[in-house]
Design a protein. Sequence first.
Length: 219
Amino acid sequence: MTGRFQYTPAASSVLIWGTIYLTQDGPEEFHEGPRAADKFLAAISHLASVPKSAARRAGPLLRKARRDRSEAGVMTLKSAIESARTRFANNGRFSLLPDESIDEVVRRENVPNARGIYIIFRCDDLDRPLYIGRAGTIETSGSWKNQGLRERLTKKQERKPRHEFFCKLMADKGLAGLTFLWFVTHDQNSRIIPALAEMELLQAHYDTCGCLPELNKGA
């Protein structure tokens, strides 16, 4: 017998779904993938005609789901960023000073022109991002617009070339510099669409701070 379930693992900001195949001997298989969550216990409880022996063997999974759900609570932004570091092995960090060009810095730091997400902070405040963004847009056909992290970071923001935008931002706010985190979310090791990874971070920021980063115009 097949039962669908959904739950949120404690150590991850990703909401996952799965399938349990219940037989006379208990749960046989478990498959994961991204989706909405929080119906695991309800789905399992509504499985009909499951032998008691199989239900007993599913007990550890039920207990783990309850424990994970109670431990997870609201995903903080800090936890979401740490989760991204774990999930997306190809990631990095660099700083931009007021007298530096973003074009030169991304080349120097070997930021890949790959699909992913990035976070911009004040150099002295890594708790509240100024901006959370993505690079890479997928079309209905499954093809991608030709723009990766390196190109996205050096193009335009608010209709200004990024090198001008960042210089003005630092001057207007009296910042000593900016700190950038980047994560490749879609490559040979991971197939997470950047828009999903970006939205997870925006949701975590909203859950933590009650608002979006100040330079994000909407979500």
